[in-house]
Design a protein. Structure first.
Lengths: 363, 475
């Protein structure tokens, strides 16, 4: 039984969709975050950090003593359009920041259909934009991270410049770390300009995409292949005529497939076609050709074990993004260097209070 | 047994050197101010030998300094604490996978050799430091090296998909791979740029990019450095991300022209080299836009390279810049601080002012597009008083860059040369977190000790701050 900390009742909130816990908090300042984490480390209370809840199905479920929402820490601290950088609180919603940036033809290059996800959530889960094949993954956008470690230390890694080798890249280590090293409170991100020309071209054969050296993306959903193009208008027009398919102006991004079970299958890029052939009938998918990432959904986990073994034998993996972790292991084979991962986590979160056990290998 | 005898038992006599001449040769990298005194220099032929070396080093608690070609500019590969210099140049396999656009590359492979091997498949390795004809992939990984073409494609870290690393205890691990988004902590991501302080990288799985269908390279001379810096800021502000955007000042251009005759204008205060790549229609319009921005900032002439030979000549001038400084003085001291691109104009003004005040000979050649300065001070390192002045001016330049929100190093690394400036870039707790990371990887502290982090970075007294808080106090 946890003593309810009465004196912070004003930080208490209701978080829809959050797992059961004794109480739920929404810190209003970075100082609140450091105080809360010092307290939880001292008392050994498990904290689940909450952004938009979009990636809550990833990993081994946490049994939190309390849930901490980052909803109040989402201010845009500094947008430098002429430097193509932005500093923003981790609780900011990706779609809202993108809408603001679009006014100056700039983009975070983060997931296009973010469903209320926050910047902190996208970074902690290490998920990326559909444009990643041309414009790189989320980890390449993160220039600086300010975070609070499990024991309440406020630390910063990286810097507000687009190129930087000053010190260890802890800000890259937190990408995909599911909050195990610290709670991300704010980030500086590298923006990309959005050129004016854009088109989406549906083609009959995947091989046809080969006439474009570096398309923005080549996506396949349930039998149809689309090439996404962006550049100056003259450039895009020339590419469209070279591709010769059915084209529409603009970029019409597909949503991730939804179902009772959701998956992220990761294989060497050249094997995407073979991976799709291995999906059981009824599985829906969104495949990123040239990248090796396939987002899929299904109504049961039949066949998932075989798919995972195949992916793991190629150095890839099958990650469960939504489903029943009692029926199916969310991660599969733990990564190499697990002892080292544990030692690193112990340096940042000695009492192991942040999303404990959520990472692969029970870290 | 001794350290050297143990190493010889594993590597054979010829791959372990301890003659004074050899020790002297490997006592420093390309940084002029720092020299170390190694016990021996070893040349492992495979990863298993590297693992043996690590185990032996741990037994004797001898420091290990990994070294590729020794082109580093921050003394990261100088064996300042003695011990074993592990030269990786014999690890030189290249295993290309053109279909997946990747290659497994030995740490000792020379950067340019990788791109040459990939060219026949229409591919290339994006990071292209000026030293690319000499520097190794292992060194690129250790320093997270950049180069002119990292403006649009990112530094080495964006192009490393996997690593084979020898960790503490001689444990060999393969991190990452061709499939995206490996699960668990991104250990590979933090090893890149760690300057050999976390382990020894023996092979890297790198991303290869397709050679772009078309390219335009522009050269523009400006009447003042400020005009050129403003043109750079305006190009970025216009939403263009060219493949490269490089500045050279007049002193630099004159030195290059004396030596290489690359056709750089010697009467301009600054020359901007811009390159755009992509489909023909795109590069033509982007080149026009950049030329327009140049003219609006008083460019005296705009030259667009029409042939591959012309383009190659312009780049030869840029990449030969550091070499040409030998005409000015026997040594040069170089910083590579980074500033936000919106602050380039005022920062350049401050940098020139500092050099003038100290009466130093300075030339500038730098990656203007990403705000990465390279103020280069030519001097004679045998003159101790002058060396001290140079160091002092360097510190002032760094301070000016940090003042406008910049960072210590964009691509050369921290090593020893910038180690003690880390406190001006990070707080005590920031450095403590970095020191903890180092400890988690290297509990015995044998991997390239006393690099990157200043002495005393690990603060053991943090617990005190926690105890000061009365029970139940939140805010």
């Amino acid at each position: 039984m946890i003593n309810h900390p009465r004196h912070i009742s004003w930080l208490e909130v209701e978080i829809p969709g959050a797992p059961d816990s004794a109480f739920q908090l929404a810190p209003r300042s970075v100082r609140d975050v450091t105080s809360i984490l010092r307290y939880s480390s001292e008392k050994g209370l498990a904290v689940q950090v909450w952004g938009g809840g979009t990636h809550s199905g990833y990993g081994t479920p946490v049994k939190p003593d309390f849930v901490m929402s980052m909803e109040h820490l989402g201010e845009v601290e500094r947008w430098e359009p002429d430097d193509l950088t932005i500093v923003v609180g981790a609780g900011a919603r990706v779609d809202r920041v993108e809408a603001m940036l679009a006014e100056r033809n700039q983009s975070l290059v983060m997931p296009e259909r973010s469903n209320g996800a926050t910047l902190g959530g996208v970074i902690a889960a290490g998920v990326s934009s559909l444009r990643r094949g041309r414009l790189y993954a989320t980890r390449e956008r993160v220039l600086e991270v300010t975070m609070v470690t499990g024991d309440g230390r406020l630390i910063r890694s990286g810097g507000r410049v687009v190129k930087n080798v000053t010190g260890y890249d802890i800000h890259r280590l937190v990408v995909g770390a599911f909050g195990a090293l610290g709670v991300i409170v704010s980030v500086c991100l590298k923006l990309m300009p959005t050129p004016t020309g854009a088109a989406t071209v549906e083609i009959d054969e995947l091989a046809g995409a080969g006439v474009i050296a570096r398309p923005l993306s080549v996506l396949e959903t349930d039998g149809s292949v689309r090439v996404y193009l962006q550049g100056t208008e003259a450039e895009v027009a020339a590419q469209v005529s070279r591709l010769g398919g059915r084209s529409e102006p603009g970029l019409d991004w597909p949503a991730d497939p939804e179902g009772t079970w959701q998956w992220s299958l990761r294989v060497p890029p050249v094997l995407v076609g073979e991976a799709l052939a291995r999906l059981r009938p009824g599985w829906r998918y969104l495949a990123l050709h040239g990248v090796g990432e396939i987002r899929a959904s299904s109504e049961s986990h039949d066949g998932a074990e075989d798919l995972r073994s195949w992916a793991e034998s190629l150095g890839g993996n099958l990650v469960m993004c939504k489903g029943d972790s009692g029926l199916f292991d969310p991660w599969g084979k733990p990564p190499v260097g697990l002892d080292l991962q544990r030692r690193i986590v112990a340096e940042f979160d000695p009492s192991r209070v942040l999303n404990p056990g959520r990472l692969p290998g029970g870290v | 047994m001794t350290l050297v005898a143990d190493l010889r038992a594993v590597l054979g006599d010829e791959d372990v050197m301890e003659e004074p001449v050899e020790l002297h040769l490997y006592s420093k990298d390309a940084s002029p101010l720092v020299r170390g005194h190694p016990t021996c220099v070893v040349f492992p032929r495979d990863t298993a030998e590297v693992a043996e070396i690590v185990r032996i080093a741990e037994r004797y608690q001898a420091p290990i300094v990994a070294r590729g070609a020794g082109t580093g500019l921050a003394a990261g590969a100088s064996p300042t604490e003695g011990g074993i210099v592990v030269v990786t140049t014999a690890l030189r396999d290249i295993d290309l996978d053109p279909a997946n656009r990747t290659a497994w590359v030995g740490a000792g492979v020379i950067n340019l050799d990788l791109t040459k091997a990939a060219t026949s498949h229409g591919l290339h390795f994006a990071p292209d430091p000026s030293s690319q004809s000499a520097c190794t992939i292992g060194g690129n990984v250790a320093n997270n090296s950049g180069g002119p073409h990292c403006l649009s494609e990112g530094s080495t870290t964006s192009h490393v998909l996997g690593l084979e690393v020898v960790l503490a205890g001689g444990q060999i691990v393969v991190l990452g791979g061709q499939a995206p988004d490996p699960i668990g902590l991104d250990l590979k991501g933090v090893i890149v740029g760690s300057e050999g302080t976390l382990g020894i990288v023996t092979r890297a799985l790198v991303r290869l990019l397709p050679v772009e269908p078309d390219v335009r390279t522009l050269m523009m001379g400006f009447p003042t450095v400020e005009d050129s810096a403003r043109a750079v800021s305006d190009v970025i502000a216009a939403g263009l991300v060219p493949a490269a955007l490089e500045l050279m000042d007049q002193r630099m251009c004159q030195a290059v022209e004396n030596w290489l005759h690359a056709g750089l204008p010697t009467d301009a205060a600054a020359v901007l080299l811009a390159e755009v790549v992509g489909e023909t229609e795109g590069v033509v319009s982007q080149a026009q836009l950049i030329a327009g921005i140049g003219r609006a900032n008083h460019a005296m002439g705009v030259e667009i390279a029409e042939t591959e030979e012309h383009r190659a000549l312009l780049w030869k001038g840029r990449k030969g810049a550091f070499g040409s400084v030998a005409q000015l003085a026997p040594d040069y001291y170089l910083h590579d601080a980074v500033v936000p691109r919106t602050r380039l104009v005022e920062t350049m003004r401050a940098v020139y002012e500092i050099a003038d005040r100290h009466g130093l000979t300075m030339a500038n050649v730098f990656h203007a597009g990403d705000g990465n300065l390279h103020p280069l001070i030519a001097f004679d390192a045998d003159d101790p008083e002058l060396s001290e002045t140079v160091r002092q001016a360097g510190d002032e330049i760094v301070a000016a860059c940090l003042e406008v929100g910049g960072a210590l190093s964009g691509e050369h690394g921290i090593g020893v040369e910038k180690r003690d400036l880390m406190r001006s870039n990070f707080s005590e707790l920031d450095l403590d977190a970095q020191a903890r990371l180092k400890e988690a990887f290297d509990p015995m502290g044998i991997f390239n000790p006393n690099k990157i982090l200043p002495q005393g970075s690990r603060c053991f007294d943090f617990g005190g701050a926690r105890r000061e808080l009365p029970e139940g106090v939140w805010i």
